[in-house]
Design a protein around this ligand. Sequence first.
Ligand SMILES: Cc1ncc(COP(=O)(O)O)c(C=O)c1O
Length: 412
Amino acid sequence: MHYISQNFFWRDTVNLNQQLDLIRQSATVLLNDRIVAARAAGKRVIPLHVGDPDFPTPPSVLEAAFRALRAGLTHYGPSRGDPELRQAAALKLSRDNGLDYDPQSEILVTHGGIHAYYLALQTLLNPGDDVLIPDPTWATHVNMALMLRANVIRVPAPVENGFLPTFEDWERALTPRSRVIVINYPSNPTGMYPSRAYMQTLQDFAAAHKLWVVSDEVYENLYYEEKPISAAALNGAKERTLLVHSLSKTYAMTGWRVGYLAAPARVIDQAIKVSQNSITCVAPFIQKAAAFALTDPDVQQAAAAMRIAYARRRDLVMCIASEIGSTKVIARPSPGAFYFFLDIRPLRISSLEFCERILEEAGVGVVPGSAFGRLGEGFVRMTIAASDAEVETGFRALLTWAEQQKTSGGSV
Ligand SMILES: Cc1ncc(COP(=O)(O)O)c(C=O)c1O
């Protein structure tokens, strides 16, 4: 009896971190749970909801990890990261982005892109600082800032503006407490990325208002039009820009959990403290495999082949869209990443209802646009990181299901 009342006391009167009440469980994760449950119950679901390449990691990268394991790299390593991987990251930034980073002082190895993003914000933000983040964007961009007790100011990036904020909107979002802007191009969920001229203007805006720029470039290798420019590659940009990089998407290495932060030395010197006191280091044998992936010419070929496959699937989606000529779902060609942000506004139902019903009634998994912000409402995110057959059957089923729906009178 005494025991029970003590439990009651702890459960009901001792507070948890109230900041976490501001964060809703990711709709992507919740939907994924439902899909896993549906599949476990024997239901067929076409997985067009996950942001995880359907390709295996190139086998030679696995071999590099095995070699490192056999060589005994099973102990702690330096918190800054294996010098070989930092050198490989610097080489990659020079080879692919024309950027000059010092591997000794300007690169920090991280536990994937998400951890690089965490380190970036933890290093820059004081509680109460304002962070400017476009709407829609990947929910973690917002949630991480909230966890760190920053104020998030969403900058509208509606479909009418090509999913990019106008400079009037960037200006309008400014307050005396603005410290950081977060960008992510190519974008999750829209696939959009801006021109060089836009990025230069954005960097000039950041310089004029003394803002840091955190640029999440994890989809940089997945583009189907002109190559996107790194936010650090503009005039005068490097000193105020923190680049979030990852091997997850480019090399189909999501489960390896490895990425890096590239930033001015004084930022890295502080970020190391956060990394050291949260993860100690990234597993050393994983780092050897990552160094191999970033530099081996055959692995670059394999990454290029994956990009070509995504480009083919993107064309496939556009072909099916024009063949069916849907009046309910509008597919705009996605310039980058492996997502389509499908416009379902003609249906006049919420994006969540769309996703729940299409999962239930047609067995297709897609993610509600509302998971990415208020301006994501009216859209659903569909991935092309699934096999050609899954993309084709899933997208056809989605359009067919949508065409059968009666448009409700209300607005979403
Ligand atoms: C925009 C964006 N940034 C970062 C990440 C995290 O990538 P990683 O697997 O490297 O942590 C994701 C994953 O989906 C993402 O969509």
